[in-house]
Write a protein that binds this ligand. Structure first.
Ligand code: 5AD
Ligand code: SF4
Length: 440
């Protein structure tokens, strides 16, 4: 019988959410989590394939665990998530030690599948793309002691940006029922969670007809009303679907945090067209200006890519120019990576690796200057911090501002899970440092 489990999570917040679901479901069925894969009877690897690098990482961890299983034949080894969905049954051939391959849309049946493996040692592949049944909520106790949690409101993507593999492995958009979402939010809050991030590949296109029309904006309003929820966030938004109504929500939902992750990907209209993004640089600049108007303290973060096929030096300069204009609080930046089966993979004029690296370095250098400048501007200011715990490096407490910046601070009150006013002394590159005021 399988008694202990370990889950290795790679990739995005949706994968973290899925892993939390898997862990809750295991615990509900009497299994115990362990800290090291070597101590587990069951190891699940939750994988990402958005670029070649995370895919290689997933395969190399799987290789390591397969080798380990030769020494521990009783181990049940499963690969779940996006790589499982993409490569399916071929993974069983390639990795004879693998017992289970399961795509993201199949995870609601994890217990039944594990039962089959446990009882007669079948190897299982589950990679249907149709929406699965709703996942049971087993939060009982799992989130106690955690202040932040993710909550999925919709899944899948209909956009088919030309570079992106995600719609191929996560399927079409499906919105969860508002009742289910609100129940899950209440369950999280009752366990002490105070900061919830709503998740979806494209949250702006949330839509459900259930006792009326539910849009993302109306859903946000309802969740924002829940007692005990101090901070509400969401990710990821697509610029083409960011409505004026939603922008206004930043001004009128008091616990909605002044932070928006709004991937722009490229600053040149020609490249945006090739990416099939459905907006122009002018439209993106207009949106960010409106956001700043409604909420002057808003922190805008983004994703950007360099070296998309056909990207000229001039196109790249337009990306840098957009970064200078918007002044993002922080940026996730990537080199374009060919993904098999996407439109971009078949495009001519691929940019070579050294050029992509040079562009990425230039871009990251620029962003570091902007991030540092913005953090320095907070010196001498008071911010509100939700205390998450003790900082790893020193004896300080650590938490985040509403705009999601990390703050390490001194305090004579060691309490976690409370809101504290902190006076910022130093704005560093990746965090802020300061002292708690009064009772903090
Ligand atoms: N190559 C490089 N980056 C990619 N992303 C998505 N697909 C690719 C790709 N093929 C980036 C985008 C996206 C983030 C999650 O990953 O910037 O917003
Ligand atoms: Fe990676 Fe995309 Fe899958 Fe998330 S949805 S794990 S980013 S491939």
């Amino acid at each position: 019988m399988t008694k202990t489990f370990y889950i290795k999570t790679m990739g995005c917040q949706m994968n973290e959410y899925d892993s939390d679901f898997l862990a809750q479901s295991m615990i509900h069925h009497g299994l115990f989590p362990v800290d090291e894969p070597e101590d587990a009877d069951l190891v699940l690897i939750n994988t990402c394939i958005v670029r070649a690098k995370p895919e290689q990482k997933a395969l190399s961890f799987l290789g390591r665990m397969s080798a380990f299983k030769k020494r521990k034949p009783g181990l049940i080894l499963g690969l779940v998530g996006c790589l499982a969905q993409k490569d399916g049954a071929s993974l069983l051939k390639r990795f004879p030690q693998l017992d289970l391959v399961m795509g993201p849309r199949e995870l609601s049946s994890i217990q039944e599948v594990l039962g089959r493996i446990d009882s007669d040692r079948q190897r299982v592949v589950a990679t249907r793309l149709e929406p699965g049944p709703p996942r049971p909520i087993h939060t009982l106790g799992y989130f106690e002691g955690r202040i932040k949690a993710h909550l999925s409101i919709m899944e899948g993507c209909n956009n088919f940006c030309s570079y992106c593999i995600v719609p191929h492995v996560r399927g079409r958009e499906v919105s969860r029922s508002p009742d289910e979402i609100l129940d899950e939010a209440r369950a999280l809050i009752s366990e002490g969670v105070r900061d919830i991030t709503l998740l979806g590949q494209n949250v702006n296109s949330y839509f459900r007809e259930e006792g009326g029309r539910w849009t993302f904006s109306s859903l946000l309003r309802e969740i924002g009303k829940l007692e005990g929820l101090w901070r509400l966030r969401f990710t990821t938004s697509h610029p083409k679907d960011l409505s004026d109504e939603l922008i206004r929500r930043f001004g009128d939902i008091s616990n909605l945090c002044p932070h928006l992750h709004l991937p722009f990907q490229a600053g040149s209209n020609r490249i945006l067209k090739g990416m099939k993004r459905g907006y122009t640089r002018e439209r993106y600049l207009e949106l960010t200006a409106k956001l700043k108007e409604v909420r002057p303290d808003i922190s805008i973060t983004s994703d950007v890519m360099v070296g998309f096929p056909g990207e000229s030096r001039a196109d790249f300069e337009l990306t840098l120019d957009l970064i200078r204009q918007v002044e993002f609080d922080s940026l996730f930046s990537f080199k374009y990576s060919d993904r098999k089966g996407t439109l971009a993979e078949k495009m001519p004029e691929k940019i070579d690796e050294p050029e992509k690296t040079a562009r990425l370095n230039t871009l990251q250098h620029l962003q570091r200057q902007i991030t540092f400048k913005k953090n320095r501007e907070l010196e001498g200011k008071q911010v509100e911090v939700l205390v998450e715990g003790q900082s790893k490096k020193n004896k300080m407490l650590t938490g985040r501002t509403p705009s999601n910046k990390i703050v390490n601070f001194t305090s004579n009150n060691g309490k976690f899970g409370i809101l504290v006013k902190v006076l910022i002394k130093d704005g560093l590159l990746n965090s802020l440092r300061g002292d708690a005021l009064k009772n903090g």
